[in-house]
Design a protein around this ligand. Structure first.
Ligand code: MG
Length: 379
């Protein structure tokens, strides 16, 4: 079984604005056509891709060249373009073909897989969505009637066919068909409706590009969680540093840096979300330059790394475990201090505390433990 894809991108559509045919306009850091190509290339069941472009666009097409992709010149009409592409594949051994409109860049590999699967059962299938909005007939900006929507569908692509059947249908068709379903039906083929995809929009107007950019951003949304845990022992001193706040206490915390256990846990949570190890990896304790260092240096580094990787902090939550000092009176100041260091809104930062009911090393007041969770999202 050899399955080929034909992407039709020979139109000169200019209603979308931008001065160039819409399939060559920029979208999501690439050109419109590149997105469809990527979806078909990501589909393991597609063996070969033929892209139909306008002869004038051949130089533009060169940048999309890749293994398994051939470019062919379009004809005067859409159905002539498709027929040209089918003819170039006539002796290629293709048994199935998906024909896709290059102005639908958001086609998903899942929809492509659905269409190929349909061809296991039928000779022709097309994706569509039922019309759910009321339909009106209008004239001069006024409603002059309603149209029953029962049985109406919004047609999409890729439309999927048995190769020999659709080639024969195109050869027999006089021309002027709106799409390949029309050509198939004219040849007597039964076309099965497959569930389309609401995001598989056709770019026609400038507002469609805005919507497509939004959908692409959502698809790229990446969410990372990280956790951190740290412990420092009490030693001599008259204060401790906790989450960037100097808290008077009968003892100090022992550590290579300022021993800010809360900030260390939070820093490790961010490194963890980025799969970037922990503080010790970036600031080795063996390096004397970090002796007595203020811990905001570590946190600032983790936050900078986070931003460089394209993430923003959605929220973080730090829990300090100790009997003393009492954290409650300082918690808001700690949140404000962390917000300042991380340059994020204070409402995204939580600092809270618990005792361990006098159990264990924190209960015996031998030291303080801290846990932190950080959630990072695509910026
Ligand atoms: Mg530490």
């Amino acid at each position: 079984m050899t399955t080929v894809a034909i992407i039709v991108a020979a139109g000169r559509g200019s209603r979308a604005g931008g001065g160039v045919p819409k399939q060559w306009r920029a979208l999501g850091g690439s050109v419109v056509l590149a997105h469809s190509l990527a979806a078909f290339r990501a589909s393991p069941d597609i063996d070969r891709i033929v892209v139909v472009v306008h002869p004038d666009d051949m130089p533009r097409a060169a940048v999309l060249a890749a293994e398994g992709i051939t470019f062919t010149a379009g004809g005067a009409t859409r159905d002539a373009s498709v027929r040209n592409a089918l003819e170039t594949l006539a002796d290629s051994g293709a048994t199935r073909v998906l024909i896709h409109d290059g102005a639908r860049p958001l086609v998903s590999p899942a929809l492509i897989a659905r269409m190929i699967l349909a061809l296991d059962e039928v000779v022709a299938a097309a994706p569509a969505l039922p019309v759910t909005d009321a339909l009106w007939r209008g004239e001069d900006g006024h409603v002059i009637g309603t149209v029953a929507r029962d049985g109406l569908y919004r047609a999409q692509t890729p439309q999927a066919f048995d190769f020999a059947a659709i080639l024969a249908a195109h050869r027999a068709h006089p021309g002027g068909a709106a799409d390949d379903v029309e050509v198939a039906r004219a040849a007597g083929l039964d076309v099965t409706i497959i569930d389309g995809d609401e995001d598989n929009i056709k770019l026609t107007y400038p507002s469609d590009f805005v919507r497509a950019e939004r959908i692409l951003r959502e698809r790229r949304m990446d969410i990372r969680a990280g956790n951190g845990f740290d412990v420092h022992a009490f030693g001599p001193g008259d204060h401790v540093w906790l989450c960037g706040v100097k808290v008077p206490h009968g003892r100090g915390l022992v550590g290579h840096s300022d021993a800010d256990v809360g900030m260390h846990a939070l820093t490790d949570a961010i490194y963890g979300a980025l799969a970037e190890g922990d503080i010790g990896r970036h600031f080795p304790p063996s390096d004397p330059q970090w002796k007595g260092a203020a811990s905001h240096i570590f946190l600032t580094h983790a936050v900078r790394l986070m931003r460089e990787r394209g993430f923003a902090l959605s929220n973080c939550d730090v829990t300090l475990v100790c009997e003393h000092p009492k954290i409650g009176p300082h918690a808001i100041t700690m949140q404000q201090e962390l917000a300042k260091i991380m340059e994020v809104d204070v409402t995204r930062i939580s600092v809270k505390a618990t005792t361990s009911e006098r159990l264990g090393f924190t209960g015996r007041e031998e030291g303080i433990a801290a846990l932190a969770t950080a959630l990072l999202v695509t910026a």
